[in-house]
Design a protein around this ligand. Sequence first.
Ligand SMILES: Cc1cc2nc3c(=O)[nH]c(=O)nc-3n(C[C@H](O)[C@H](O)[C@H](O)COP(=O)(O)O)c2cc1C
Length: 421
Amino acid sequence: MSGRARQTSVYLAGVSGRRPRVPTDAGKLERRARRAMSRKAFAYVAAGAGTEATVAANRAAFERWRIVPRVLRDVSDRDTSVELFGRRLPSPFLLGPIGVLELAHREADLAVARAAAETGVPMVFSNQASISMERCAEVLGESPRWFQLYWSTSNELVESFVQRAEACGSEAIVVTLDTTILGWRSRDLDLAYLPFLRGKGIAQYTSDPVFRRLIAEEPEGGRKAPTPRPTLRALMTLVQLTRAYPDRFLHALRSGQARAAVQRFIEIYSRPSLTWDDLPFLRERTKLPILLKGILHPDDAARAVDAGMDGVIVSNHGGRQVDGAIPTLDALPGVVAAVDGRLPILLDSGVRGGADVFKALALGARAVLIGRPYAYGLAIAGQAGVREVIDNFAADFNLTLGLAGCRSVEEVGMEALERSA
Ligand SMILES: Cc1cc2nc3c(=O)[nH]c(=O)nc-3n(C[C@H](O)[C@H](O)[C@H](O)COP(=O)(O)O)c2cc1C
């Protein structure tokens, strides 16, 4: 749907007294989602690291750039599509990997996959998804999907995830490098809440044959995770855990597999020792394009090229990892210069509307990833909510493109921007 058609449908619905259920304004979208979610769930999604300075800085960086529109250029036909790894995408954005979507809505990743399939916008499966990649792939049909990998302490598990991603039609692997350790997130710490410990967001693991075998094996030196005291609350948590486990509930409860899965997950999920020397392991095991997510320094971007990677994603994880980290839009020009056209560059963190997409493209990104906004749409109205967020981004970008005087994404360049003092 073109930008004008979307606009018209909203205004026409208004004539019959209907307003959009999912607000187009990013601030209102967040506030309405907050009302639809539990306190803990909203805190987990909204949280940034520490004082959340980087969450704010991401937005401020977008605001520092201004678009300088050009006129009288016949923008009646606008082509918003971009090419990425041999695929033409309808708009220059993807749905970024967001874990634990069950916190937003019970249909979680499945609702997102259905909305993605309706629009042709690629979905990036999270390593911390609430629903396995195979189940999402079923509803995606021919629509594009990528897989995001967290490199665990078991290379065998890494290999298994990648094989499964290939088998269910993923067209790229995104390796997220900024979360080998979880950031210091004040909101979650103060609520003493980490969803994974309740068995949420571990569906890619519990559905994995290697992980299931590892559960049965005792780790070296015995288990490190403490066994909770047998309080009522601990029992309730255990019941929650069993829901995350795909086997029959009672069987999972009796066998202790559910708790074992969570304990194994804690032991295995993060690998802070990861270095550039580990990348060949992955490069040798997949022919799919590999993108490194979490690149902020030009030297790391240049190194990604040398390491035979196929793309980089300039990201600070939505300000959730390093409080005070450089905003992504400020990091982008340095990365663009270092990569020098050798790889496509994507960007996320703080993208909230069509003008942000335009600015990122003008500064050299090929496409952007949408993060929290679609999780908020999901919280408000499930699949339809995600669909609305996608349609709004697409329409907003389509109109901004034309109003700035461009007919296609190829025409968007630095000359369209000015940096404010
Ligand atoms: C609740 C939540 C969960 C996330 N889970 C993942 C994840 O599993 N893997 C990943 O690479 N990034 C994850 N991210 C980061 C996003 O992919 C993306 O980088 C970030 O949301 C962009 O910032 P924005 O939300 O401000 O647009 C998560 C972000 C949020 C808010």
